[in-house]
Unconditional design. Structure first.
Length: 339
């Protein structure tokens, strides 16, 4: 088995998928070449969903974003992110199509990711959390309600409290051994911000991931979401988010929870509310009683301007962390502990 880390540098494992992982990886790679992105494999919407359904391949979308985040080759980054805006390939990114083609050629998604990593000349390694072809399921057993598929769950306005629901994968997923090794060998593990029920949960409920997080000697950080998601996490506080993260993992593993304490401008708040999202409330009184240390910072980044319309994915959040500040704080807290 290939080792996730090799050199004698600080070793950082980032767990997540989508934009949250992209922003964290883009900043953390400035501190080390020894960085492992452990990526959710439950995506079945947009371009990824079409490729999965039509070609029977594993989902490339979140993997592609992490590869691009860890690359320093501007032209190749641009190529991987290029999205066709018309015709048969309308809505597909070139990177998704290439990863799918590489999987078809090699018959091995891990090999496809490794080849794409060489093309992009990335710092570190991108690791699928599982290599099983899984689908996400969310179930309220007492209500006899089942939601099947990441795309369905992502678009749902929950009728009942999601904290009472069970998140699982069908079939039961085996963890990628390289992902477990990355967690075990890391100095720092970062749970990136992201949708609780469709980005982070599907990764943390994989059997073995929670146990690896409990056992590792790494310092474990969770970067709390900036805003709530309409119809899903309305009214969730910072500690509510952290509780769900640990519920998915099945163990109270966190050492630090980082949260935003910066008030948005009127314009930014208005844009949040247009998306049905509100700034996540930092319930400092509750946070002070937890087993982890909660640390606030000014983490609101500039609004994203968006890019070429993605007709297969639809609306993307314009809300972003100021990941440079988050990364600096993570390294400061880690170094202070190591002294």
């Amino acid at each position: 088995m290939k080792q996730p880390f090799a050199k004698n540098e600080i070793k950082i494992a980032v767990i997540g998928g989508g934009t949250g992982s992209f922003t964290m990886l883009s900043s953390l790679k400035r501190y080390t070449n020894q960085i492992a992105a452990i990526v959710s494999m439950a995506d079945d919407g947009g371009s990824t969903g079409v490729l999965r359904d039509e070609l029977g391949t594993l989902p490339p979308g979140d993997v592609r974003q992490c590869l691009v985040a860890l690359s320093d080759s501007p032209k190749v980054r641009e190529l991987f992110e290029y999205r066709f805006d018309a015709g048969t390939f309308g809505g597909h990114s070139f990177g998704n199509v290439l990863l799918t083609a590489l999987e078809k050629i090699t018959g091995d998604f891990s090999q496809a990711v490794e080849t794409a990593s060489e093309i992009l000349r990335i710092h570190g390694v991108v690791i699928p959390a599982t290599l099983d072809n899984i689908r996400l399921k969310m179930e309220w057993t007492d209500k006899s309600i089942i939601l099947d598929g990441e795309r369905v769950i992502d678009s749902e306005h929950f009728l009942y409290d999601p904290r009472q629901a069970t998140l699982s994968l069908t079939p039961n997923a085996s963890p990628n051994r390289m992902a477990l090794a990355a967690i075990e060998q890391a100095d720092i593990v970062v749970i990136a911000p992201g949708d609780l029920y469709t980005s982070l949960g599907p990764l943390l409920v994989i059997e073995g991931i929670g146990e690896a997080l409990r056992k590792t000697k790494a310092k474990k950080f969770y970067v709390s979401n900036l805003v709530s998601k309409q119809g899903q996490t309305d009214g969730f506080t910072v500690s509510d988010h952290a509780k769900e993260i640990e519920r998915f993992a099945g163990t109270p593993f966190l050492d630090y929870v980082l949260y935003n304490q910066e008030a948005p401008t009127k314009e930014l708040a208005g844009r949040y509310e247009e998306e049905g999202g509100y700034i996540t409330f930092a319930d400092t009184e509750s946070l002070s009683t937890m087993h982890y240390e909660a640390v606030g910072g000014n983490f609101l980044g500039a609004m994203a301007t968006g890019s070429v319309a993605d007709t297969l994915i639809g609306k993307r959040s314009l809300i972003r962390h100021e990941a440079t500040e988050v990364a600096k704080l993570i390294l400061e807290l880690y170094r202070a502990h190591e002294r």
